[in-house]
Design a binder for this molecule. Structure first.
Ligand code: PLP
Length: 418
């Protein structure tokens, strides 16, 4: 098939595509232990609230017909966007209105638009990149540039902590930000590691971005105020230089594809313009499902009182399980501070994490090999990239337990034959 450059680029087997394929076929097969994907848990209390909300929508006069039968504007459902601006103003004191917000079809879509707004070939002919100041970083960023050589990235510094934990930090000594950088981007909490960059790191990155006159993109797919899957203290940042991305996915609505971009007006309206061309309008069912919860502030209570404790319990339970199963082996786990994953580092692993992944897949246990999570550092030789795996703990406890036991068993065999 004679595809364009665009076609060639996007039909290459990207890391994210492989992950989604594995996830899809594992879900279809039924007997795979899914410790791999980023699917959020089905939390019964939250799902019941959504079920009730859907029943209410259907019971309203013309509720069903409006839900399925009308396009929203290119910025997304106006009433939702206004309610969200009010909520964020009240909760955080952010100086925003509806004009600072645009919805997208999932935040994945928002990153594609934002990255290609700020990097690639610029209107003046210069070339810019998106900088990840700390990798490991989210796998889904890796192929989201329209051209090659789109990302720059830095290794972290590693702080060894007690109890077999460690924490990544931005290595500011190595963080030169040249004229070729169009924007800085971090996820906080970070997928895959569960790291939450400290307030000091965020302020430092923010000041570098302002100094360079480039946007600071903050991915809050797991952040405050919803879904609030964050187990540590962290102040949210917003200012005229920040581009904050949120999502309803980890709040429990991943299939309704609702992403949220909050930024200065010209950026929010650029996203709406791109929506218009690519999608006409973002889908509006997620916005309608969450509307009342945003208007009343319930979305914050549900996140704080149900979603956060649900994942926090699972995070620390899974950590304990690894400690029991891996005792004596040279492993460390990233300090769990948020998100749905544990990031396990097997020091001097006798094979690559990719080979470990294949071995685990044969035993019906799916994880994600760490080497995918270094967008921008693909060509850099660094053993650490091949020593880590991402383990999701979002599934049922029994599934996670079985998976951890298989991982431990396989890793013990590997170290034994060293
Ligand atoms: C850090 C991070 N950002 C963005 C996304 C994209 O999520 P969505 O497109 O469902 O909003 C994900 C999904 O797992 C994620 O982990």
């Amino acid at each position: 098939m004679n595809f364009s450059k665009f076609g060639e680029k996007f039909t290459r087997k990207a890391g994210i595509t492989q992950l989604m394929d594995d996830l899809g076929s594992a879900m279809a097969g039924g007997d795979m232990l899914m410790l791999g994907g980023g699917n959020p848990a089905h939390i019964p209390e939250v799902q019941n609230l959504f079920r009730k909300r859907m029943e209410q929508l259907l019971a309203e006069p013309s509720g069903f017909e409006t839900l399925i039968g009308n396009y929203d504007g290119s910025r997304g459902n106006q009433a939702f966007v206004e309610a969200l601006a009010d909520l964020l103003r009240n909760e955080f004191g952010w100086d925003i209105t509806a004009r600072n917000i645009a919805l997208t079809n999932g935040s994945q879509n928002a990153f594609f638009c934002l990255f290609n707004l700020f990097a690639g070939e610029m209107a003046d002919g210069s070339k810019k990149k998106i900088l990840f100041p700390l990798t490991p970083e989210y796998i889904g960023y890796a192929d989201a540039g329209l051209s090659d050589n789109f990302f720059a990235a830095r290794r972290p510094s590693i702080e060894m902590l007690d109890d077999g934990l460690f924490k990544y930090h931005v290595n500011f000594d190595e963080l030169e930000v040249g004229d070729d950088i169009g924007a800085i981007c971090v996820s906080r909490p970070t997928n895959p590691t569960g790291n939450v960059l400290t307030d000091a790191e965020m302020l430092h990155l923010d000041s570098i971005a302002r100094e360079r006159g480039i946007p600071f993109i903050i991915d809050k797919a797991y952040g405050t105020p919803f879904p609030d899957i964050i187990y540590t203290e962290a102040k949210p940042i917003f200012n005229s230089n920040a581009v904050v991305c949120m999502s309803l996915s980890k709040f429990g609505l991943p299939n309704l594809r609702t992403g949220i971009v909050i930024a200065r007006e010209e950026i929010a309206s650029a996203i709406a313009d791109i929506n218009g061309v690519i999608n006409l309008a973002p889908g509006g069912i997620g916005a309608r499902m969450a509307m009342e919860m945003v208007r009343t502030g319930e979305i914050i209570r549900i996140s704080r009182e149900i979603i956060k404790p649900f994942y926090k319990r699972k995070a620390f339970q899974t950590l304990e399980l690894f400690r029991q199963e891996l005792g004596g082996l040279p492993y460390r786990i990233h300090k769990p501070e948020g998100a749905l994953f544990l990031w396990v580092w097997f020091q001097d692993l006798p094979c690559t994490a990719r080979e470990l992944y294949e071995r685990l897949k044969k035993r019906n246990c799916l994880v994600v090999p760490g080497s995918y999570f270094f967008p921008g550092l693909e060509n850099e030789e660094w053993r650490h990239k091949h020593e880590c795996i991402r383990v999701s703990f979002a599934q049922e406890d029994a599934t996670v337990e079985q998976g951890v036991k298989i991982i431990a068993d396989e890793v013990k065999k590997l170290y034994a034959v060293k």
